[in-house]
Design a protein around this ligand. Sequence first.
Ligand code: ZN
Ligand code: ZN
Length: 362
Amino acid sequence: MRRIYRRRMGKLLDLMEGMELDAIVGVRPPTVQYFTGCRTVGCPPRTLYFTAFNNGELEILAPRLEVNQAREEAALGVIVEVPRGVSWLKALAERLEKRGVSRVGIELSGIPHNAYKHLSAGNEIAVEDVSEALASLRAVKSPEEIRIIRRAVRIAEEGLEAARRNVRPGSRERLVARRAIYRMMARGAEWVSFEILVASGPRAAYSHGAATNRKIGEGEPVIVDLGARVEGYHSDLTRTFIAGSNEKFREILGILDEAIEAALRMVRPGVPASEVDKAARDVIREYGCGDYFTHGLGHGIGLEIHEKPLLRPGSKEELKEGNVFTIEPGIYIPGLGGARIEEDVAVTGTGHLKLSEYPRIP
Ligand code: ZN
Ligand code: ZN
């Protein structure tokens, strides 16, 4: 177990060397969990921060109420208690000065701008933003991480199956959501990854329709988007069920299926993320539905439900072996309804590994 974290520490040391930094400070909960092993991902997130030094030492800053738990969970490093009444940023600045740090990389995306100003005022430490660099390290998953995400995907598929069984004319969106949650928890989810979306009938035209008390009508499309969390890692799957039959929406599902196939054919290391988006978007456009596909094709999943890489037009990212992300084309027709299919895939050395197996058109 410690080996994983030592390897990750090695990545931080490489980053420090490349950027000529004396230390790196991790702030955001998924970053802290990834590099220390402390379980910070969840709700509410825990307030822990770490500093990795270029001699290989690691300090975890914890408020008094977190100290014991952090000591138990930390895979490496020493716990430094932040005294009561002292802000962690002030404590951090003091530690950095004490250790003689002159150039530090901080994950600034996790710090309110004003708070950061306090840190930088009145001391001589040069600060670099390492938010992007840290997010890029986490975006490349090890085989072990991919196995964990695959377990989370299996559980989400159980959730979809429970949803499918409850989609019928007359049942309510919230019942569908509840049954899916029960099933995922019963099958070993730590928790759901996000509020389950169940959007039926005209509401299916909303790309993010949380479940309401609405009754599902005959022949309506029902978008179900859900995920399960396992060891802090997320899955994220969507299927569109039809309550009865509806030829028009069956055809739309066929278009989405084709778009996913076109996208999958593009997935391999070195391909621009925007090209994968384009492959799917072109298919939808050919069917005259381009204006109804109103969001990016996909996003990375891991300790966060939305992380790198982002697959969308204009994305500057390139796919790397070990990336894990969603492919989720949708077609939303205002007033009429909509459909989305979402798969989870990993980039391998030569192509892709599809993590989800649930039928795309159930
Ligand atoms: Zn989703
Ligand atoms: Zn998604």
